[in-house]
Design a protein around this ligand. Structure first.
Ligand code: FAD
Length: 389
């Protein structure tokens, strides 16, 4: 089997590894856009979401597959980018706290898989420096993927096998559909020469909007902005004119753990924290220019950080970097995978929304099985299911 995978974000990378492990040869193609959704993503994986403290959809199976996949890629590439660690969630009301307590503390541990979500409640006194009048909880298992490193290692691995190509593909002119597409190979025309493949999987994220083969894909994308804040700016902290009082720097918990409140905050390195993310359905591009949505989205994020850290003057933290990208979300927030209705060797893996890190590995396995054994796709994942806008 020779598989063409168009797009090497979280979806395409997971697909490439799943195919490679089955012994298939691949042609993995990406223009290498460092501002794509996967490159911008913080790579957070959390078991409980929203103010209703609901479990992440199909958490146990997605998380088991993600753990297995990322640790295996770490081994294969001699690197480290997958970091399981409990994450802290701050409550915004007593109601939210009671609901979490009720939902997650009364269940019988015997009913659970090793990956089932667990929480440990904590009181506001334990959360020094954070605005948490209703306390919070530690959630586990949770994890963070250093997406930039995972994607770079994936590209390098397949490049070393001559299976990764940097190219910007115009699908309509470069991907030729044979007379009988179900039985004859597809052909991709690259400047270096044509490549014949048995099947293609489109993993283009938001850009699938322009793919005429899957123009009916029900994407409902949302832009997200993310800031890198120089929270350990030494000059600001120690300078004579510093607005920082002693003890008014980043709380210790934010240096060591991911904290979720109105925004999430992630320790990036010794100097910086990442803060995100906005959810903007009106501006579907990743440009960061002052006359676009970037300024407003940045202010929204900084205001939320300020509410989370009342003892700090967040305005004094330089914004070291501002990035934005468009998440390929769907209307019902479930992924979109499956086969083309008439070109039976063309597939799609998309709709990962804000959960690409968690979901891509298991979906890639399922899509490979569908491809190999002609298995039907789970109706909750099938891209052509009826979803109401
Ligand atoms: C600010 C922000 C924060 C986020 N944080 C998280 C998080 O903490 N955890 C999490 O799980 N998710 C997070 N996400 C969501 C996550 O980014 C997505 O779920 C995921 O990246 C989608 O991956 P993808 O591979 O489907 O799409 P993409 O990342 O968009 O990848 C598609 C790739 O295809 C390439 N491509 C497309 N068309 C072509 C073509 N014609 N020729 C060549 N190359 C092409 C693109 O260049 C791109 O590299 C975040 C998103 C944003 C915007």
């Amino acid at each position: 089997m020779r598989l063409l995978i168009l797009g090497c974000g979280l979806a395409g990378s997971a697909m490439a590894w799943a195919a490679h492990r089955r012994g298939w040869s691949i042609a993995l193609i990406d223009r290498v856009d460092l501002e794509s959704s996967s490159h911008v993503a913080a790579g957070l994986v959390t078991p409980i979401t929203g103010t209703r403290s609901a479990a992440t959809w199909r958490w146990d199976s997605f998380y088991a597959a993600a753990c297995h996949h990322y640790t295996r890629v770490e081994r294969d590439t001699h690197s480290s980018f997958w970091h399981p660690q409990p994450a802290l969630r701050l409550f915004h009301s007593e109601e939210e706290r009671s609901r979490a307590q009720e939902r997650w503390q009364r269940t019988d541990p015997a009913d659970h898989s090793p990956w089932s979500p667990k929480i440990r409640l904590c009181h506001s006194e334990e959360l020094a420096g954070l605005h948490a009048p209703h306390g919070g909880c530690w959630m586990e298992p949770a994890a963070r993927l250093h997406t930039g490193s995972y994607l770079a290692k994936t590209r390098a691995y397949f490049q070393s096998r001559d299976e990764f190509f940097v190219a910007d593909i115009d699908i309509d002119s470069q991907l030729a559909v044979p007379t009988n597409p179900s039985t004859e190979p597809l052909q991709l025309r690259l400047p270096s020469g044509p490549i014949s493949v048995d099947a293609v999987v489109f993993c283009q994220g938001f850009e699938a909007k322009c793919n005429s083969w899957f123009s009916a894909l029900p994407l409902h994308p949302a832009r997200g902005d993310i800031l890198t804040l120089a929270a350990e700016n030494k000059e600001a902290v120690s300078g004579a004119s510093s607005p920082f009082r002693s003890g008014s720097t980043l709380p210790e918990l934010c240096r060591t753990h991911v904290v979720h409140s109105e925004v999430w905050m992630v320790p990036a390195d010794r100097q910086n924290v990442l803060v995100g993310a906005t959810y903007d359905r009106h501006h579907l591009h990743g440009r960061v220019d002052e006359d676009g949505p970037a300024r407003t989205n940045r202010e929204i994020l900084l205001e939320r950080v300020q509410r989370m850290l009342p003892a700090v003057n967040v305005q004094q933290w330089p914004v070291a970097r501002h990035q934005a990208a468009v998440r390929p979300a769907s209307y019902d927030r479930h992924p979109l995978i499956g086969r083309h209705p008439t070109v039976h060797n063309a597939y799609v893996l998309n709709g990962l929304g804000s959960k690409g890190t968690l979901m891509a590995p298991l979906l890639a396995e399922q899509l490979c099985d569908a491809l190999l054994y002609d298995r039907p796709i789970d109706s909750m994942l099938e891209w052509s299911r009826r979803v109401l806008p």
